[in-house]
Design a protein around this ligand. Structure first.
Ligand SMILES: CC(C)(COP(=O)(O)OP(=O)(O)OC[C@H]1O[C@@H](n2cnc3c(N)ncnc32)[C@H](O)[C@@H]1OP(=O)(O)O)[C@@H](O)C(=O)NCCC(=O)NCCS
Length: 174
């Protein structure tokens, strides 16, 4: 299959049906922080769309393919003594997996994050069994910095926290 054209643009209220259709997936929930809702209800979609519309500058982008919102990618600057860092996150609709979309999204958000926020480090925390996401981060020149044993819990399973990161000063140009 030919690689699809991918556009990153702000979420809009009209994306609600696409958002619910694609985000309401246990396989996506299983790999996200618990703040990601499951089931992905109409109210959850309203809450998300209202929250992301309030970010200034923009922090969360819809991933658009064939005029449809098929995923999300975001950057989250941290606070207090950790304010020189930002966390990135993404998900892609299951029917679009394996087309390089998340890799494009990660590269986009790293570039955008360093351009937009005064952070020196962007990190991500994929679960140890999420090999696809680890590949996405490696494709984006993020390095596994550390593994902190048995420090996360998801679906009642305790697992290692793997921290991937990229630094502004040693960042490649995509
Ligand atoms: C992880 C996720 C975003 C990947 O999206 P995607 O658009 O399919 O990713 P890409 O196509 O850019 O890249 C996937 C890479 O993982 C590899 N991959 C996919 N599934 C794999 C598996 N089960 N085992 C090993 N590698 C795998 C692909 O071959 C590809 O590597 P390559 O570029 O070296 O060929 C998507 O699966 C998803 O949304 N998962 C649920 C949510 C999630 O995990 N979010 C990230 C939280 S940290």
């Amino acid at each position: 299959m030919e690689k699809p054209d991918v556009i990153f643009r702000p979420w809009v209220l009209a994306d609600k049906p696409d958002l619910i259709k694609h985000a309401n997936n246990k396989k996506i929930f299983d790999n996200m922080r618990d703040m990601f809702p499951h089931p992905y209800t109409s109210e959850a979609a309203d809450q998300f769309l209202s929250k992301v519309a309030g970010f200034e500058p923009q922090q969360v982008f819809a991933i658009e393919v064939n005029s449809e919102a098929v995923g999300s990618v975001g950057i989250f600057p941290q606070e207090d003594i950790e304010r020189i860092n930002a966390e990135l996150g993404y998900w892609v609709a299951e029917e679009y997996w394996g087309n390089g979309i998340a890799t494009k999204a990660a590269k986009f958000i790293i570039e955008y994050g360093f351009k937009t926020f005064p952070v020196s480090r962007i990190f991500a925390i994929p679960f140890p069994n999420n090999i696809a996401s680890q590949k996405v981060l490696q494709n984006s020149d993020m390095l596994l910095e550390a593994t902190i044993p048995n420090s996360l819990i998801k679906n009642n399973v305790i697992m290692d926290k793997q921290i991937y990161a990229i630094r502004r000063d040693i960042r490649p140009k995509f």
